[in-house]
Design a protein around this ligand. Sequence first.
Ligand SMILES: Nc1ncnc2c1ncn2[C@@H]1O[C@H](COP(=O)(O)OP(=O)(O)OP(=O)(O)O)[C@@H](O)[C@H]1O
Ligand SMILES: CC(C)(CO)[C@@H](O)C(=O)[O-]
Ligand code: BAL
Length: 367
Amino acid sequence: MRSLAGSRALDRPLIRTMASARRQAAETIPSTPIRVLRTVDAVRKWRKPQYLDHRIVGLVPTMGALHEGHLSLIRAAARETHHVVVSIYVNPAQFGIKEDLASYPVTWETDCKILRELDRELADDGGNLGRISAVFAPTTSEMYPSGFPGQEVDSKGSFVVMTPISDVLEGGTRPTFFRGVATICMKLFNIVQPEKVYFGQKDVQQTVLIRKMVKDFMLPTEVIVGPTSREPDGLALSSRNVYLGERRRKVAPVLNRALQAAEAQYLNGAVDRESILKAANAVAVDTLNEQMTLAPEEGVKYEIDYISLADPSTMEELTEVDPKNGGIMSGAVKMLPVESPQPGEDLGHSGGPSVRLIDNIVLQPST
Ligand SMILES: Nc1ncnc2c1ncn2[C@@H]1O[C@H](COP(=O)(O)OP(=O)(O)OP(=O)(O)O)[C@@H](O)[C@H]1O
Ligand SMILES: CC(C)(CO)[C@@H](O)C(=O)[O-]
Ligand code: BAL
């Protein structure tokens, strides 16, 4: 008969085998085949057979807190590629030191639930080439293997810097933003090696930057831009809308209304900067004046960061729209924290800090 000690010794390799099997079992989003990949190495191992099998991979980069805007990009990717990879990573390098990195919504469990439901929808839709195959959710030490370089304007490190596009509009207010975006997107593209990448029109300057990065650095990927998803009242969906709270949410469509007023001028035949921008500024200023007449516990205040009329391929300001090329009307407003918050008032995520909202409308070229 085996001694107790002997039987324990015999069990040990079995225990080791089970443990290493557990270690090797691929992490997935529960009740789905969607792999959760957390390291560069894991993505590379997953990617190689797809490459050898000539399977097309589409990448949808996100910072999580998923909403319908993200889902529209994932749906587009599933229609056109065999394997959709969604990256979820809040990249500190694109946040300025005084920006909202610490409070940025992180909703991993809800994101997984949303992706599970979307994957079922995609499976039932015969029109798709592929499904969501993987979520890439790395840590900062994985994405910055030499150490995180910092969020300061003068931080030293390995960055992708693109000028002058990074210096204007969004980059004017957020001087490290596009350096951070270009750097992280270059890393994501190098890791996933997607044939196609999907970005939202809501962040129009980002799409222009990414297209330029792909062109200037000869990256073997195609950039696809999906339309802006909106709430019924025109507000562009954005992960940051959760900061607004009820009072500011009602006023937040002002930016879209301002841009629509400008678009109406263009559609009526105006091409000069002054006529087009005047219409947008009038809506923004009139709405603010109306708010100022309200009692402090009702009103909402905001600052107009910029309202721009720019060239669609460079984002340089235009004095006149060439109808052959069209233009981009874009803007940013900073919704200030509400005054005289009332007991029980919904102030929004994280106590309702200032929220910067962006939006844009394409002035279509006439054919
Ligand atoms: N309303 C939208 N419609 C279409 N695409 C969108 C929309 N909002 C975001 N996207 C796109 O989704 C991708 C990931 O964006 P991100 O995760 O930053 O979401 P976000 O809502 O833009 O968040 P934030 O509030 O931080 O700007 C980007 O390509 C972005 O342009
Ligand atoms: C493209 C992106 C995921 C890079 O971090 C981010 O800028 C975003 O979510 O738009
Ligand atoms: N969607 C843009 C990401 C950012 O504002 O940081």
